[in-house]
Design a protein around this ligand. Structure first.
Ligand code: TXA
Ligand code: MG
Length: 366
């Protein structure tokens, strides 16, 4: 259905209007602390079907259900391991999604045929107001066209979904700026399906503080096929439209050569974490904070800002170069999978996201 005017509005009235529309089975874009979501009543099969249609989302990719409290989450789930209880107490409300067995309370399409449900208690006050006013569990994927970069401002949502929805609730720019950590459980053992600002190390520490000693530290699941435990983890995802490549800071001189040898009419986009040692001609450079916790808020905005027709390609620094240098790695221009598996903490998280946005370096120059 084409809707001619998509409105962006904020404040308490917008939360009221959103709740009303959601109760009528409509789809509304809403702010969360991570990224903007495209929300609908998780118990209404038609409303959930509209989310998939609007995003162009594959039917086999399940949606996260958002609720107000741990109690609400428990009502939607079956078995609840002790480690889930500990992680809920430690990180909710906040950017953690837990995949648990489903109690069958939501529309089947939310779980995309899986026996599990992904649940999250968000912390954004506007999202919490909408949850409270609507009194609904809200299914919400990121509010972008499927495969595209997640939106962190109402304008980003508009750029992807103008004319497809009536209302975007304005809750300001998202403080975190990357999607929630998605964790499942093998018995009591957490398994990370999608890394996020709550890192494997944070999960490990929370469990240890509560006296649960599981080893090894939460496992990362490689995301390469359609038979994944979390089908959303396709290897190419979160991507700009422009060809996007990763580079290592330690190979900066090679990048400089590449830029100075491109034709004048070509303009490249570059995103770095901390300022770069060399000036790049023919490039529009966006410098994000070197502290990676602070860099997440601006990363997707930067990717969208550079994703314009007059930019021929986007180069993004692989975060965590210092970790690689300390391990004696870093002579190649192009980061490889073994570089990423060496990383830990937030560098690992961002490298995981960026590796899904990026292409292998071309044999011929871009
Ligand atoms: O921060 C976020 O998580 C945002 C905001 C809006 O909450 N939402 C978001 O949703 O990023 P989406 O649909 O873009 O990503 C949801 C991820 C996908 O990778 C999906 O496969 C996984 O969560 N997921 C959801 N339910 C699952 C389930 N039952 N089993 C395994 N993975 C699940
Ligand atoms: Mg998404």
């Amino acid at each position: 259905m084409v809707i001619s005017g998509t409105t962006i509005s904020g404040g308490a009235d917008a939360a009221d209007e959103a709740a009303q529309r959601l109760r009528l089975g409509q789809v509304v874009a809403v702010p969360t602390e991570t990224v903007y979501g495209l929300a609908a009543d998780a118990t209404n099969a038609n409303a959930v079907a509209s989310i998939f249609a609007i995003k162009g989302r594959p039917q086999n990719n399940p949606l996260i259900t958002h609720v107000l409290s741990i109690g609400d989450a428990r009502r939607l789930t079956g078995a609840w391991p002790e480690s889930a209880e500990i992680l809920a107490a430690a990180f909710w409300p906040g950017p953690l999604t837990m995949v648990l067995s489903s109690a069958g309370q939501v529309a089947a399409a939310v779980s995309a045929g899986l026996p599990t449900i992904g649940v999250r208690v968000p912390s954004h006050p506007m999202m919490r107001a909408i949850l409270a006013k609507s009194e609904l569990p809200l299914a919400a994927p990121s509010a972008n066209q499927s495969g595209h970069v997640s939106p962190t401002t109402p304008r980003h949502v508009l750029a992807d979904l103008n004319g497809c929805i009536d209302l975007i609730v304005d809750g300001g720019p998202c403080a975190i700026g990357i999607e929630s950590t998605v964790a499942g459980f093998h018995g009591e053992q957490p398994v990370i399906f999608r890394p996020g600002i709550i890192t494997a190390e944070d999960i490990d520490q929370a469990l240890r503080r509560a006296g649960v000693n599981l080893s090894p530290t939460p496992i990362f699941v490689a995301a390469e096929s359609n038979t994944l435990p979390s089908p959303g983890m396709l290897s190419r995802h979160y991507a700009p439209d422009r060809p996007t490549y990763l580079f290592l800071r330690s190979a900066m001189h090679q990048l400089v050569n590449l830029f100075t040898s491109t034709s004048r009419s070509e303009r490249m986009g570059v995103i770095s974490f901390g300022s770069l040692p060399d000036r790049l001609l023919n490039a529009e450079v966006i410098t994000l904070p070197a502290d990676l916790y602070h860099a997440t808020g601006g990363l997707y905005s930067a990717m969208r800002q550079l994703d314009r027709p007059e930019i021929s390609a986007i180069f993004i620094e692989l975060p965590g170069g210092d970790q690689l240098s300390a391990a004696g790695i870093g002579a190649d221009t192009e980061p490889k999978d073994h570089h990423i598996t060496r990383l830990s903490g937030m560098a690992r998280v961002l490298a995981d996201r960026l590796s899904r946005a990026a292409l292998p370096w071309p044999k011929v120059r871009p």
